[in-house]
Design a protein around this ligand. Structure first.
Ligand code: URA
Length: 209
């Protein structure tokens, strides 16, 4: 298993994930839960980020406090379902920059094809790549390549649910990447859906089925 894998199994995350997985849960609640779980994953995924000291005057005294450099944070959702995670991160780090990567898998060659890319400067930044479902790992793996080629160094991948196959893919190509997830599920089916998973995250978010 990937050395830098953190499975966030806090009761609040497990509770919200169970509602998300339920086929009866509609798009409004699904979107809210995706945002909330992402926020909780963000709490875990940011324990290592830098802080700096600030002077504060409370109503009673002067003191030194700590703040994070959220201007040095970049969030990169993989289109389309990753979009549903952006607000969860931004609600905790509103000054983060947001980049976008669009990737689909060519059904004939099975290779990932990048159809859109717009990244902010990444050099010194903490970069959080967002992909709710790490299935085969092909798209996330390609997104990590793209972020590294654009100068990204401190990269974390945040996923709601992972398949072991996806984690293996990232481990083989990018062992330096930290992965944060709410669950490692059993396996992929023959169409590369995660079992038990939650179905197609994009379709459930945007009601395209
Ligand atoms: N993408 C999804 O949205 N769901 C899966 O199960 C696999 C990939």
């Amino acid at each position: 298993m990937h050395e830098m894998l953190t499975v966030v199994n806090h009761p609040l995350v497990l509770h919200k994930l169970s509602i998300m997985r339920n086929r009866e849960t509609g798009p409004k609640e699904f979107r809210e839960l995706l945002k909330e779980i992402t926020l909780l994953l963000t709490y875990e995924a940011t324990t290592h980020i830098n802080t700096y000291e600030v002077e504060i005057e409370t109503p009673l005294a002067k003191m030194k406090g700590k703040m994070i450099e959220d201007k040095k944070v970049s969030v990169v959702p993989i289109l389309r379902a990753g979009l549903g995670m952006v607000d969860g991160v931004l609600s905790l780090m509103p000054n983060a920059a947001v980049g976008f990567i669009g990737i689909y898998r060519d059904p004939i060659t099975i290779r990932p094809v990048e159809y859109y890319g717009k990244l902010p400067p990444l050099n010194e930044n903490e970069v959080f790549i967002l992909d709710p479902m790490l299935a085969t790992g092909v798209s996330s793996n390609r997104a990590i390549d793209i972020v590294k080629n654009a100068g990204g160094k401190n990269i974390s991948l945040m996923c709601i649910i992972c398949a072991p196959e996806g984690i293996d893919m990232i481990s083989r190509h990018h062992p330096d990447i930290k992965i944060f997830t709410a669950s490692v599920d059993e396996r992929l089916d023959e169409k590369s859906y995660i079992i038990p998973g939650l179905g197609d995250a994009g379709d459930r978010l945007y009601k395209t089925r």
